[in-house]
Write a protein that binds this ligand. Structure first.
Ligand code: BGC
Length: 569
């Protein structure tokens, strides 16, 4: 069922890709049938991103107020009307108006469809399910390339074809439920239970369904009494790290130059030495196919190897492949057409497997519920704004800097993406939306979020023998371990209180005991760093836990909140 839900919502992505790409093929026929000024042409192309900016701006509000489902139904109606008007125009201004309408629909759907999927998906498959949305975008782009190629001059049919998926989206959303999370946030818990049971294909009384709903309810208990979120709330300490990641990822995704390649692929191939129109178009379709195929590979990887690793891999691959094209173009390599084709293929592969889907996936999971709608609006606004900037500046930049110069800039942006991934991006794979929110509220650095590791069950014999460790020795070893830890500054004053907690915890005591034996501490009284061995990580995790514990807990063991060291403050 959840695949059906994701597939229906993802049709919105297909419309996004299709409506963006289809104008390129229609343009030359339109020019022969209408008197089109440069202004008209600019307006027609820019109408979609412009409308999308507006759509993204209102989508967060609409999705929170009227629900995800009704907002998607409204977007599907706009898609249908836009397609019908575009196919029936008698004057060129009508086409600009229709495309503006399509743009608004795209802006709304690009935000609400991933949100709808994310709020319905189980945590273990959420990444893959939201990626279905990106897969649909790539299918839409490929569909537009193929339709352009196959239909030639029949531009009215090209535009009309967009109404078919839009109609499917409309029917699908009428049939499907609202998300359980939105229903709970509105106090409609009975409906939420029914909706959750249907998506999980289990009876409402099943333990799994009841537990999942209980988790959602407790996370949203405080929501109902809160006033609606406002834009400045996105700058609160809880939401800001998510805002930085959401906007940062889309900034880097767009500055990687993807849409310069998607929109201007034939031009890029022409610059790279492909002489005939047909070879340019076929190479472009090849790009579209790699884009789709590698998105599928990304979907298989996203919940397995994790978001951070996949993102870093994508940015590294994109940096190297864009660098290859740049070097080829700057040195005017003899085999530029071959170098550029290999470079572009590798670039699209790196993008599609990672940089394409991940910003969409992560924007739908990182924001706390209270500001989720607005946060996602802000992130998609960044997507459209930077998309527009890159596409708009590309022709001028190529004529000023040459293909080599432009691709060098894109390569540098991808290099920055590697650094951004390690510094700012959390690991959300396998973590529930409620756990992500709890992490943000704890004030811990966002990039330290990791899936909770099930605590290792210590061997009962080891637990038993660890009782031989005298309390004073345990304290001494803990003090020494703390001296080597990044939390020494904040936790040393609390050492007296932490000692008993450490001793009571089986896992920690077993680790201390192992070190005690290894160092022969009872006889030598000496402890060196090497004695800590692999137990260092158990102790560090324990200390980290204490360091970031709630203020209430800390004041119960010491004199209020620790100062915090500068690195982790
Ligand atoms: C980007 C679009 C891009 C598409 C290409 C999406 O993730 O946001 O701007 O055209 O990928 O596949």
């Amino acid at each position: 069922m959840i695949y059906f839900v994701a597939a229906v919502a993802a049709i919105a992505g297909m419309l996004f890709g299709f409506d963006e790409g289809v104008i390129a093929g229609a343009l030359h026929t339109l020019r022969s049938q209408f008197a089109i000024t440069a202004w008209d042409e600019g307006l027609m192309t820019a109408a979609v991103p412009l409308g999308a900016l507006f759509g993204a701006l209102i989508a967060g509000y609409a999705a929170d107020r009227y629900g995800r489902r009704k907002t998607l139904i409204a977007a599907s109606i706009l898609f249908i009307v836009g397609a019908l008007v575009a196919s029936a125009i008698t004057a060129i201004w009508m086409l600009s108006a229709a495309r503006l309408m399509l743009g608004v629909a795209i802006g709304i759907a690009a935000m609400v469809a991933p949100l709808y999927i994310s709020e319905n998906a189980p945590a273990s498959r959420r990444g893959m399910l939201i990626s279905i949305y990106q897969l649909a975008v790539t299918l839409g782009i490929l569909g537009a390339y193929i339709v352009n190629f196959a239909l030639g001059e029949a531009w009215r049919i090209m535009f009309l074809l967009g109404a078919l998926p839009a109609f499917a989206l409309f029917i699908g959303m009428v049939v499907l439920d609202e998300t359980p999370r939105w229903l709970v946030a509105k106090g409609r818990n009975q409906q939420a239970l029914a909706a959750l049971a249907r998506i999980r294909a289990e009876p409402p009384e099943s333990v799994n369904v009841r537990n999942e709903l209980a988790d959602i309810e407790s996370a949203y208990a405080a929501e109902r009494s809160r006033p609606a979120a406002r834009w400045p709330d996105l700058l609160s300490p809880v939401a800001k790290p998510a805002l930085i990641v959401g906007i940062g990822l889309f900034l880097l995704q767009q500055l990687s130059g993807i849409n310069a390649v998607i929109y201007f692929a034939p031009t890029v191939f022409q610059e790279a030495g492909f002489d005939t129109h047909d070879t340019q178009i076929l190479a472009t379709i090849g790009i579209g196919i790699i884009n789709v195929a590698m998105t599928v590979v990304g979907m298989a990887l996203i919940d397995r190897i994790g978001r951070r690793r996949l993102l870093a891999l994508g940015f590294i691959g994109a940096t190297l492949s864009l660098g290859l094209i740049a070097v080829g173009a700057l040195t005017e390599a003899q085999w530029l057409d071959i170098v550029a084709s290999i470079g572009l293929a590798l670039y699209i592969a790196s993008f599609a497997v990672s940089i394409g889907p991940l910003p969409w996936v992560m924007m739908a999971e990182i924001f706390p519920h209270h500001v989720r709608g607005l946060g996602m609006s802000a992130a998609t606004l960044a997507n459209w704004g930077f998309n527009f900037l890159v596409v708009f500046s590309f022709p001028a930049m190529v004529s000023g800097l040459g293909l080599g110069g432009v691709f060098t800039i894109y390569a540098l942006a991808c290099l920055a993406g590697v650094a951004f991934t390690f510094r700012c991006v959390p690991e959300t794979s396998g973590v529930t939306l409620e756990q992500i929110e709890a992490h943000l509220k704890s004030g811990r650095p966002f990039n330290q979020l990791r899936p909770a590791i099930a605590p290792a069950v210590p061997d009962p014999a080891a637990v038993q023998s660890s009782l031989a460790l005298p309390r004073e020795d345990a304290d001494a070893i803990l003090a020494a371990a703390l001296a080597f830890s990044p939390y020494r500054q904040s936790l040393t004053p609390l050492l007296d209180r932490i000692g008993p907690i450490a001793y009571d915890n089986h896992q920690v005591r077993v680790a201390l005991h192992t070190i005690w034996v290894r160092a022969d501490f009872a006889n030598t009284g000496v402890l060196r760093r090497a004695h800590l061995g692999s137990q260092a990580s158990v102790l560090n995790l324990f200390l980290e836990h204490i360091h970031y514990s709630s203020p209430a807990f800390l004041s119960s063991v010491g004199e209020g909140q620790p100062d915090g060291d500068p690195e982790h403050a």
